[in-house]
Design a protein around this ligand. Structure first.
Ligand code: CP
Length: 303
């Protein structure tokens, strides 16, 4: 039995297999519509979510399975003081697989250590979000036809953005990726993630100036400033609009730039960009359902 807590638990061959499977599901959805008949997914969400929870639930329904769970800690026995370990043991009595989101780093790992069914980390604090990373990799592959030889810009809150940390770790295993890290000084990439780049001798630049690096980017991965992780509201208000992508900012961008964002967006991408053919963030949302279908099949060992 296998869980997924960190994207690095999947090697590049397995990631390619998941991407291939997701592409086959997209091309042949009927073939997969009964694969999880009789199986149940438990979505245990202790923190708000729209895309991750709904895409997991849609994924299981489209595989012919069923879904149970809760969408906030207050409606579970966590509100009465139940531990993560006991919640995981209890859920193992009712479901076949768990998707868990939690504000505390490491909570899904504790669940996996205590559950008797696979646990998928659906986002833990500022730490990891492996299924968003699979979504991002599928999107990059579908847009660019490759996962190597790319210049990838990450812009915004690189300190607290768990999707950034997971995607940098994942991309660090592919050939000739150049990382361009754009953020205010206070929201720079944490040193433990930068260590991965240094350890693997990967090329990266850090800057506060998005416009100066725009022409070289193949991918621009915008992120929201994570209000919920700030200790001080004043700092959030000062930093929240550090980067706003407006149409004129794209004048120097490549014609085939892929603009990505894990969403939710607050103010960092103007809605006028949505109709630009380079905007990929709603394609990402849809890809998230297909890659989660592929992952559920893998972890449930469904042929
Ligand atoms: N990308 C993402 O995790 O979105 P949600 O918080 O809406 O699940």
């Amino acid at each position: 039995m296998r869980s997924l807590i960190d994207i690095l638990e999947l090697d590049v061959t397995e990631i390619k297999e998941l991407i291939d499977k997701a592409n086959d599901i997209i091309a042949n959805p009927v073939k997969y519509s009964e694969k999880c008949r009789g199986k149940k997914l438990a979505t245990l969400f202790f923190e708000p979510s729209t895309r991750t929870r709904l895409s997991f639930e849609a994924a299981m329904y489209e595989l012919g399975g069923n879904v149970l769970g809760f969408s906030e800690a207050q409606s579970s026995s966590a509100a009465k003081g139940e531990s993560i370990a006991d919640t995981a043991k209890t859920t193992s009595c009712y479901a076949d697989i768990i998707a868990m989101r939690h504000p505390k780093e490491g909570a899904p790992l504790v669940a996996a250590m205590n559950a008797s069914i696979p646990v998928i980390n659906a986002g833990d604090g500022g730490h990891n979000h492996p299924t968003q990373t699979l979504t991002d990799l599928l999107t990059i592959f579908r847009e660019k036809g490759r996962l190597d030889n790319l210049t990838v810009g990450f812009c915004g809150d690189l300190k607290f953005g768990r999707t950034v940390h997971s995607l940098i770790n994942a991309l660090s295993r592919y050939e000739n990726i150049k990382f361009v890290l754009v953020s205010p000084e206070e929201l720079k990439l944490p040193s433990y993630v930068k260590e991965t780049l240094k350890k693997n001798n990967l090329e990266y630049v850090q800057t506060t100036d998005l416009d100066s690096v725009m022409p070289e980017l193949d991918i621009l991965y915008m992120t929201r400033v994570q209000r919920e992780r700030f200790f001080n509201e004043e700092d959030y208000l000062r930093l929240k609009d550090s980067y706003i992508l407006r149409p004129e900012r794209l004048n120097t961008a490549k014609a085939d730039l892929a603009i990505m964002h894990p969403l939710p967006r607050v103010n960092e991408i103007s809605v006028e960009i949505d109709s630009d053919p380079r905007a990929c963030y709603f394609k990402q949302v849809l890809n998230g359902k297909y890659i989660r279908m592929a992952l559920i099949l893998k972890l449930l060992e469904v042929e």
